[in-house]
Design a protein around this ligand. Structure first.
Ligand code: ZN
Length: 279
């Protein structure tokens, strides 16, 4: 796990074991708020030990940005904290969390053996604000990667924890392309200092517009390219191989090369959406 201090009291913890997944923490005089909890207990414990030592008033809240495993499996280790999420996030975890966890444990028996699903116990329908110490944290919907996605905006610091709404490559396999474009446009209007992405490096003010525009353009490109291939009756397999990530404006090296797989899944999602409509 890698630890980075973004401002005096705001930290980001990056997994070295799974897809550079990020968790964060805001330490205030009235207690600490944690954002997402990483997938593997070994790394979550490192973060927890550091935060317990840094937090004179303890860890009060954990916020989950969405229901995916790499953001919620560490929840159970934060025994002292309430877990906050959107109502949709809790509902998705309640419905399919146990089944997905059982499957994940088969794939990663050693790393996940002790994980117990812990559901959010405080939920909200749309927006929510936490006032703690001198911090104001606004929880707001950022759908597109998934429909339950939220972000956490730290008002005074102008930092947005964006969850997977912002990633080194936009990722819509479970989500919706145009919804994510609207979300990225809305983020662009926020006049931020930093964005903490769900995975990968913290983004700095000077690179925000360019990064968000590139994501919006990418989501147009994959749609146009898949549509053009379908018009020439290209098979699914060929289409997935021929529309490269580079041809859609992105490098294949981010997240240790994982973005190539994400790109393929994005193409598949667009393909499924387009073929479902025309049939
Ligand atoms: Zn994720």
């Amino acid at each position: 796990m890698r630890k980075e201090r973004v401002t005096e009291n705001i930290y980001v913890f990056t997994s070295e074991a799974y897809a550079q997944a990020n968790a964060g923490a805001i330490v205030t005089s009235e207690g600490t708020v944690v954002i997402d909890t990483l997938p593997f207990p070994r790394e979550t414990r490192e973060m927890l030990e550091f935060l317990r030592a840094e937090s004179p008033r303890g860890i009060r809240y954990v916020i989950n940005t969405h229901h995916h495993a790499d953001h919620v499996y560490g929840n159970f280790l934060f025994e002292e904290a309430d877990i906050i999420a959107s109502e949709r996030c809790r509902e998705l975890l309640r419905k399919s969390g146990e089944k997905n966890l059982a499957e994940a444990k088969q794939q990663n028996p050693e790393l996940l053996a002790e994980v117990k699903l812990r559901l959010p116990n405080i939920t909200f329908p749309d927006k929510m604000t936490i006032h703690l110490g001198d911090k104001v944290m606004r929880l707001l919907p950022l759908p597109g990667h998934t429909l339950d996605g939220i972000g956490v905006y730290i008002e005074g610091d102008k930092i947005l924890f964006a969850g997977d709404a912002v990633m080194p490559l936009p990722y819509i396999f479970w989500g919706d392309r145009t919804t994510l474009q609207d979300t990225l446009r809305a983020i662009k209007e926020m006049n931020l200092e930093h964005i903490v992405q769900g995975h990968g490096e913290v983004l700095l003010k000077g690179e925000l517009d360019e990064t968000l525009d590139a994501g919006i353009a990418y989501l147009d490109r994959i749609y146009e390219k898949v549509k053009a291939k379908l018009a020439t009756r290209t098979s699914k397999e060929r289409l997935l191989n021929e529309i490269t990530i580079e041809s859609c404006g992105f490098s294949p090296i981010a997240l240790d090369g994982l973005v190539k797989q994400l790109h393929r899944s994005n193409l598949l999602r667009v393909y499924q959406t387009l073929t479902a409509k025309t049939r």
